[in-house]
Design a protein around this ligand. Structure first.
Ligand SMILES: [Fe+2]
Length: 220
């Protein structure tokens, strides 16, 4: 995981202009432009602009968008970018195991896509991260992964994180109060793999998830 802490943004453009610029950046070799992307993602936080944009769009359509998974609303998608918000709820006392798993809290997992993330509202949340430098997609349930570089960080303030597909494992901890975060997935259809793993506390694979999206032959 890479952390960026851009300066407080004075970008006064609205979300449409900033999202359009991000799309342009993702059409280029964007891995060389991480700082610039982090600054643009951070600019979406200014004055709650992105959340206002979302609520205004929903009100105009008179239809609440469908949830993706347990907690996400897709704001925008094209072939170069997917943008979504995630809602994070504190766990009520006595919350069941299945409810915790449903919200992906305290579940060690990776993703089959890269994403940038920042907190749009509330206290954010704390995550523990590990690296898996030897990702392969043929692992089976019960295999133990040798995860390295354990780190704990809180997604808050101006922070923007880049989470790398496959190699960055993480476990999100429940926030103290309601929080909304943003995910920006660059070139989300061009995945090197469709396989994701969920691990137990001993880093043994307990679930293999195949997202089903066709992987792209990156060598082609
Ligand atoms: Fe995750």
């Amino acid at each position: 995981m890479k952390r960026f802490i851009p300066k407080a943004s004075d970008d006064v453009r609205g979300p449409d202009a900033i999202l359009a610029e991000l799309e342009e950046v993702f059409r280029s070799p964007w891995a060389d432009r991480m700082e610039e992307i982090a600054t643009l993602v951070s600019a979406l936080r200014v004055d709650g602009n992105l959340l206002r944009w979302f609520v205004a769009k929903v009100a105009k359509r008179r239809e609440w968008p469908k949830l993706t998974g347990a907690q996400s609303f897709t704001l925008f998608s094209s072939d170069t970018m997917l943008v979504r918000i995630n809602l994070w709820f504190p766990l009520p006392p006595g919350a069941s195991e299945s409810y915790r798993r449903y919200l992906s809290i305290e579940e060690i997992h990776n993703h089959d896509f890269h994403f940038f993330t920042t907190c749009l509202f509330g206290p954010g949340y704390t995550s523990t991260f590990w690296r898996d430098e030897d990702f392969t997609e043929t692992r089976r349930v019960g295999e133990t992964l040798l995860l390295k570089e354990q780190q704990v960080h809180r997604l808050q303030g101006e922070e923007v994180w880049f989470v790398e597909a496959s190699s960055d494992f993480h476990s999100q901890h429940a926030p103290e109060s309601f929080a909304v975060t943003l995910n920006v997935l660059p070139n989300w259809l061009e995945r090197p793999t469709t396989i994701q793993y969920v691990l137990d506390d001993q880093h043994r694979i307990k679930t293999v998830i195949d997202s089903g999206l066709p992987p792209v032959d990156l060598a082609a």
